[in-house]
Structure formats: C-alpha cells, structure tokens
Design a protein around this ligand. Structure first.
Ligand SMILES: C[S@@+](CC[C@H](N)C(=O)[O-])C[C@H]1O[C@@H](n2cnc3c(N)ncnc32)[C@H](O)[C@@H]1O
Length: 208
C-alpha cells in the first residue's frame, strides 16, 4: 500500500495567506505525480508538507521584490513554492533536466503563475549578473555551489541557499571559493522555529 499523504499542517495557511489554494494544488500534484515522474522519493509523501513545501515557504520573507534565479529547481523546490508565496517577485527556474523542465512548465501553466519563467540550462550556462537574489536547495555542497551561483548575481546581489544542519561547516569548507567569488557578510539564518519540526537553515550572503 502506498504511504499516506501528510495532512496539511496548520502553519500552511499562515505562510501562504491568500495563496493557500495554489499551494494546495501544487502539493497535491506533487503527491499524485512526484514519484512516477522521478521528482520525489517514495518515502516523501508522509512529510511532503513539512519537509518540502513549508521548508521552502518559510524562506519567502527573505526575498525582496526583484528578480530571483532558482538554481536546480527539480520538482519546483524552492522556486515554485516561493513563486506561489511571493507573487511580487519574478522567478527564473534554472534546471537542465528535460523531464523536470517539462514538469515545471506544466505546473506554471496549471497554476497560472505569471511571475515565473523556466530556463532549461545548467547554472554555468545561465546569463551572468542577472539576478538580485539566487536560491538553491539540495544541489551541491557550498564550495561547489558558490562558483556556479555567485556569477549569476548583479553587484550587491544576495545568495539565499537552503542548507541542512551542516551549514556552518560548509561555510568553513568553502573559504577559498567564497573569497574568490567576492562573497561577503555570510550568515546562517534559522527559519521556521516553533513552526516546523525541522528548522530551515539558509546561508545568506552578499556578492560584491
Ligand atoms: C537533488 S535535486 C534537488 C531539486 C530541488 N532543488 C529540491 O530541493 O528538491 C538537484 C537538482 O539540481 C539540478 N542540477 C544539478 N546540477 C546543476 C547545475 N549545474 N545547474 C543547474 N541545475 C543543476 C539537477 O538536475 C536536479 O534537478
């Protein structure tokens, strides 16, 4: 028997506000098709809301009106979730895998999101100096992620990288890459305390 879908947590309505119906539709689509389309693992259904959707949605308040590039969007995490939560921000979802790009385009159409474009590319091929902020989640270790994300930012732009409990250790392991890519004011922001069972850690830093 397939595992049960996690019921919607109370925090979802507070995080998505009047966009909650869109968040519900996206979560339901991911629950229905995510495994068969190779977007999420078979064990993710019982934690789809908390571990994935809300883990991304709590990052919404860190974004500023402007242009955000989401590197390695995959199923739409965090890019599509944030595009639902923040209709005042323009998103470019940067993803190289064709079947994931197809999924992302389908969801943008289904949900009627007019603040999202999908770019089939590796971050290395995406236009440089284009974004005010760049997000990424579960793409690679910071020392490999910095050289492919920092060049996408305009001067003074910001990295907003979702990371696990090892965020601080990743910063220490990436000292050389951070310096070489002019990344400054690096901090770990902890989000979702008292709301999520597992908090979201974000490495936030400025490039100049
Ligand atoms: C483990 S998945 C994570 C997907 C999603 N961000 C999430 O949190 O579920 C990593 C994604 O990064 C993409 N990816 C890997 N290398 C990349 C690169 N150099 N540029 C852009 N995307 C990349 C992969 O195609 C894949 O969709």
């Amino acid at each position: 028997m397939p595992p049960e879908m996690e019921p919607e947590p109370e925090a979802a309505v507070a995080l998505f506000g009047d966009r909650i119906e869109l968040a519900r539709r996206f979560t339901a689509a991911l629950a229905r098709h995510g495994e068969e389309r190779g977007l999420i693992g078979p064990l993710e259904l019982p934690r789809l809301w908390t571990r994935h959707i809300l883990n991304c949605a709590v990052v919404g308040p860190l974004l500023r009106p402007g242009r955000v590039g989401d590197v390695g969007s995959g199923a739409g995490l965090p890019g599509l979730v944030l595009a639902i939560a923040r209709p005042d921000v323009s998103f470019t979802l940067i993803e190289p895998m064709e079947r994931r790009v197809t999924w992302l385009n389908e969801q943008v159409g289904e949900l009627g999101l007019d603040n999202v474009e999908v770019l089939r590319a590796r971050a290395e091929e995406a236009p440089k100096y284009s974004f005010d902020q760049v997000t990424a989640r579960a793409v690679s270790a910071l020392r490999k992620l910095v050289p492919i994300t920092a060049p996408l930012l305009r001067l003074g732009g910001e990295l907003v990288l979702l990371k696990g409990a090892g965020a601080q250790a990743e910063i220490e392991a990436a000292t050389k890459e951070l310096r070489k890519n002019r990344v400054h004011d690096i901090e770990v922001v902890v989000l979702g305390e008292g709301v999520l069972a597992e908090v979201t850690r974000v490495i936030r830093a400025t490039v100049n």
